[in-house]
Design a protein around this ligand. Structure first.
Ligand code: G1P
Length: 307
């Protein structure tokens, strides 16, 4: 069913405490940890902007001033860079303030992802919206969010992104029960479970942190009690929408986009490090020197491992 309501708003929950990165996150939000020279939160906002979303609402917790400042102008620094003739630097600090119209709302209590999304209800109103989780990001070249918006236009309802993982990895994620459609990369969702035990999972297709939600999700979230971990789970509300008798015209129905592109995780130290290295190997300004150095360094660790 075609949908005439354009998606213009992105909601980005950023209220986590960052306990996996202490002490770095003692006085700084984890979303400001840089991938080379851009904070992770900027990469997520860039992903939203690249999909044509012009309005970004960040759901923040305490101590998030650095994020708010990052997306604002810094006139003093602009003047200093201008005086030095550092135009590239000037462009780079202006870029983050021009990405989208930024808005902020505080999540008073950390009651879970579903509760964080519910905090967006007043700002979003009665229109479909995207949700991007900050702990991982998708390579913009692989255009996941634009494809999800297309699928929303065709099917209505809510859209989630799915990736196939090894069976032993499923218990860290939401997991979907899926049914094929006439498009290779689109499935209908018949059930969802948040972080099942390995062995109880209905499939190896896990929920990646990108969603296009129908505004019907807000009413469902208001009625959704604590789930896994005692938290209000977005997965549980989507499950209700997937299993309801309501059609897409009433906000029901959930479809999944099967994503096989590049996803980078920054949610824990090891994955964060891998992401930084991958980005460094891909960046034209650092790769020509960094890649040969990395090869040499690895060879020095284990002379038999690399040439
Ligand atoms: C959240 C969601 C989960 C999803 C995951 C993706 O979990 O609750 O369904 O699979 O993000 O990263 P979290 O990682 O916040 O515990």
């Amino acid at each position: 069913m075609a949908d005439s309501q354009a998606v213009t708003k992105a909601v980005i929950p950023a209220a986590g405490l960052g306990t996996r990165f202490v002490p770095a996150t003692k006085a700084m939000p984890k979303e400001m940890l840089p991938i080379i020279d851009r904070p992770t939160i900027q990469l997520v906002v860039e992903e939203a902007a690249a999909a044509g979303l012009t309005d970004v609402l960040l759901i923040t917790g305490r101590e998030k001033t650095a994020i708010v400042d990052h997306f604002d102008r810094n006139i003093e620094l602009e003047e200093i860079l201008e005086a030095k003739g550092d135009l590239a630097g000037l462009d780079s600090i202006r870029a983050s303030s021009l990405l989208a119209s930024m808005h902020y709302v505080r999540q008073g209590q950390p009651l879970g992802l579903g509760h964080a999304v519910l905090c967006a209800a007043d700002h979003v109103g009665d229109a479909p919206f995207a949700v991007l989780l900050g702990d991982d990001f998708i390579d913009v070249r692989d255009a996941l969010l634009p494809r999800m918006l297309e699928v929303r236009r065709r099917y209505g309802g809510s859209i989630i992104a799915l990736m196939e993982v090894e069976p032993e990895e499923v218990s860290a994620y939401g997991v979907a029960t899926i049914k094929p459609t006439d498009s290779d990369d689109v499935v209908a969702i018949t059930d969802l479970v948040e972080k099942p035990a390995v062995g109880d999972a209905p499939s190896n297709w896990i929920v990646v942190g990108r969603y296009v939600c129908d505004p019907a999700i807000f009413d469902v979230l208001r009625r959704t009690g604590p789930g896994k971990g005692g938290e209000i789970q977005l997965t549980d509300a989507l499950r209700t929408l997937a299993r309801t008798d309501r059609g897409p015209g009433d906000g029901g129905g959930v479809h999944g986009v099967l994503f096989r592109g590049r996803r980078y995780d920054t949610g824990n130290k090891l994955e964060y490090l891998k992401t930084v290295i991958q980005f460094a190997c891909d960046r034209p300004d650092v790769a020509p020197e960094f890649v040969p150095w990395l090869r040499g360094y690895l060879a020095s660790l284990d002379p038999d491992a690399t040439g």
